[in-house]
Write a protein that binds this ligand. Sequence first.
Ligand SMILES: CC(=O)SCCNC(=O)CCNC(=O)[C@H](O)C(C)(C)COP(=O)(O)OP(=O)(O)OC[C@H]1O[C@@H](n2cnc3c(N)ncnc32)[C@H](O)[C@@H]1OP(=O)(O)O
Ligand SMILES: O=C([O-])CC(=O)C(=O)O
Length: 380
Amino acid sequence: MTIEFGLRGTFACETRISSIIDDELAYAGYSIEELVDNNASFEETIFLLWHLRLPNEDELLAFTEMLNQNMAISDVIEASLKIQCRQNLHPMSVLRSTVSLLGVFDRQAEVSTPEATYEQAINIQSKMPTIIAAFSRLRRGLDPISPRSDLSFAGNFIYMLEGNEPTDVQIEALNKGLVLHADHELNASTFATRVCASTLSDLYSCITTGIGTLKGSLHGGANERVFEMLEGIAENGDTEAYLQKRLDSKEKIMGFGHRVYKTVDPRQKYLKEMAYELTKGTDDEKWYTLSLEVEAFIREKKGLIPNVDFYSATVYHSLDIESDLFTLIFAMSRVSGWIAHVFEQQNENNLMRPRSKYMGPTSLTYVPMADRQVIYKEVN
Ligand SMILES: CC(=O)SCCNC(=O)CCNC(=O)[C@H](O)C(C)(C)COP(=O)(O)OP(=O)(O)OC[C@H]1O[C@@H](n2cnc3c(N)ncnc32)[C@H](O)[C@@H]1OP(=O)(O)O
Ligand SMILES: O=C([O-])CC(=O)C(=O)O
């Protein structure tokens, strides 16, 4: 039997939520092109992922209102964010702990009926932008801003971050970014979330698992490092020398390569276009130009394609979002997909428990302590 480690090419479950077929990404049968080109809202996309169909007008209105009404965070959550920014933690760790804390304070957290889980889902989804914006403001010494009932999900986030009236361009860009990041079949964080759900754990635990997994630099954490790399290149002044040095030392170039896509990441086209549109004629245009140089060099040297994390870094930067919050913006969107996968896992549950191939010694004899010699042996 051939074993592919890292679960490469393995089907771990069936799903109706999203698919990647011939490099085309679709949510419940609607390609991302279909959704983005028709200006689907992020709220509509969440509904699609959770219900596996598009909402009608009344349903979307009611759903949007429900999200909106649940956006405000409690004093306890705000106080915990204040403590966490004093300790200078990584924002993804803060988001992970804070979502976990939302569960601690939800009296219904241990109730796993479909109705209770749906309420928990609304609670988590709607509070993510508020938590992220409040954290960002608190660590800058500013007071958090309450959500507004007349703004969309994307609009509210931008408003709560800086307190200014969001522009149509900003809202459209963030909305598109959120739609593009909402789900992606069985990526590592969604898989981890489903493993947690498969043990019949609660939704807050599942989402905390997802956030912790997305944080890693081989996954969502790459977008933050993409911007660090662009800044490093700008400082160094020589793109090729900078990248070649990293390739020579076998470092991964952040924002390139993908486990599933080998010729194109279909989301990248939109993010690249957005990066161009948002930066042209501004001081940020240099990041777009630099990104083009990096893309050309890495394609030529390694044959690697930019993934969703590459141009999203410039898009988020042009929206005045601090680079260590980039992965949190990803999480604020992907939580919609994680939740959909928890619903699906709960409906068709089967404990996810693969095997590992044991490579160590076997049949050893227990040696009494007095007879043991201390041998420090390399494990690997
Ligand atoms: C939202 C997301 O999660 S998208 C991915 C975000 N992550 C990143 O951008 C981090 C950088 N990229 C990577 O580390 C990888 O491309 C991954 C983890 C995304 C995919 O990993 P894999 O599926 O194992 O990649 P794959 O099998 O195609 O790798 C083939 C070869 O290309 C190399 N490679 C792949 N990506 C990169 C990269 N970004 N930089 C340099 N080399 C790379 C691998 O080291 C491997 O080389 P080898 O054959 O000499 O060992
Ligand atoms: O699918 C993956 O492995 C990573 C990815 O692009 C995503 O999660 O959006």
